[in-house]
Design a protein around this ligand. Structure first.
Ligand code: PMP
Length: 360
């Protein structure tokens, strides 16, 4: 830290993103990206923008906002776009978190970081032993409620009724539902935004639409909420959505069936992977996301992570004590998951031999 660093920032915790190693090719199952490339139209759209890079992009992203509004059955005024959903979360914490934030004790690790960045009081509600949430604990929160649905790290989803109950029970505060993983089998709350002016639904093109590298998130909500977010965007960087990303996303929306098919394949591969891991004695959460949270009584999470990495397979291990025994595994292609299952079986056999040797 330099001696010039503002005291307002000195205590900032830094979010630790998943590794993006550049040293060798890995089977990369650690940051919940799609294993499939973007659809063909995306490549053409990005290429066509290259010669226009001398011009600023449309700060309103008007064409993209209109297309998204059509796709989700809302009006363009109800859609906010920004540079990844992380960017939207940052804006939303600043815009709506003044009374504090309530989130589950196990969830996306960026929430407490945004709360600290904006000096907001951050509280958590406990999760059950199986990582499920108790929706009533978010009723009458007296502050902004932030829920990832499906939840980060566990993939467990709340049903629409439970989400609506939370929104209805917090009329004086914003309920932010982070649906980064909703397209892999959970129910979206977008429809509810038409009836509740305190509900903000945030989604991303990073997962189901294979565009993590392009950085595009969007939010759907009441016009008032969208206007507030735009105010913050215009007070920071109105051009934070570059023209290649805008064009890529428009092209992706025109090829939605390609992404629907990928989501279907990922759900199928998730079921295959879960069965394979359970057959090896693992416990998995009931994930409706593009990842599994898995734990073996014979291979502690940290050890499994390290040994898989030595074999060229990257998964995610979290230092949080509630997640210490677990690893989070992104669902890749069937081939990648077969390689993972084979490596895990091998590592288990070694761990069993080591345990037998130690017991002698
Ligand atoms: N929300 C959740 C729950 C996430 O897991 C992620 C991905 N790390 C994000 C938001 C951010 O995604 P992006 O900024 O790529 O849209």
């Amino acid at each position: 830290m330099s001696r010039f660093f503002s005291s307002r920032c000195a205590g900032l915790p830094a979010y630790v993103p998943g590794e993006q190693p550049q040293d060798q090719p890995y089977i990369k199952l650690n940051t919940n990206e799609s294993p499939y490339p973007p659809s063909p139209g995306v490549l053409a759209a990005v290429t066509a923008q290259a010669e226009k890079l001398c011009l600023y992009p449309d700060p309103d992203a008007g064409a993209l906002r209109a297309a998204l509004a059509r796709a989700y059955g809302v009006e363009p005024e109800n859609v906010f776009l920004s540079n990844g959903s992380d960017d939207i979360l940052n804006f939303a914490f600043l815009a709506f978190g003044e009374a504090g934030v309530l989130a589950p004790a196990v969830t996306y690790g960026f929430y407490p970081v945004y709360a600290a960045l904006h000096h907001l009081d951050y509280r958590t509600a406990a999760v059950n032993g199986d990582f499920s949430l108790n929706p009533e604990e978010y009723h009458g929160a007296g502050r902004m409620v932030v829920l990832a649905n499906p939840n980060a790290q566990t993939g467990i989803a709340l049903g629409l009724e439970a989400v609506e109950g939370i929104v209805r029970a917090n009329p004086g505060h914003v309920v932010l539902v982070d649906e980064a993983y909703v397209d892999f089998g959970a129910q979206s709350a977008v429809e509810l935004t038409k009836r509740y002016d305190n509900l903000l639904v945030v989604q991303t093109f990073s997962k189901s639409r294979s565009m993590a590298g392009a950085r595009l998130g969007f939010a759907v909500g009441d016009r008032g909420l969208v206007d507030d977010l735009r105010r913050i965007q215009y007070a920071t960087n109105p051009y934070n959505l570059n023209r290649m990303t805008q064009a890529a996303a428009l092209a992706a929306l025109a090829e939605q069936s390609y992404y629907d098919e990928n989501c279907r394949r990922i759900q199928e591969t998730r079921a295959y992977t879960r069965n394979a891991l359970e057959a090896l004695g693992f416990t998995c959460t009931d994930s409706l996301a593009n990842f599994l949270l898995a734990s073996s009584p014979e291979l502690p999470g940290g050890q499994l992570y390290r040994r898989l990495k030595e074999r060229g397979i990257l998964v995610r291990h979290f230092s949080d004590e509630r997640l210490e025994d677990w690893v989070r595994i992104t669902i890749g292609t069937r081939n990648q998951m077969e390689a993972l299952a084979a490596a895990v079986a091998d590592l288990l056999a070694i761990a069993r031999e080591e345990a037998a040797y130690a017991a002698r």
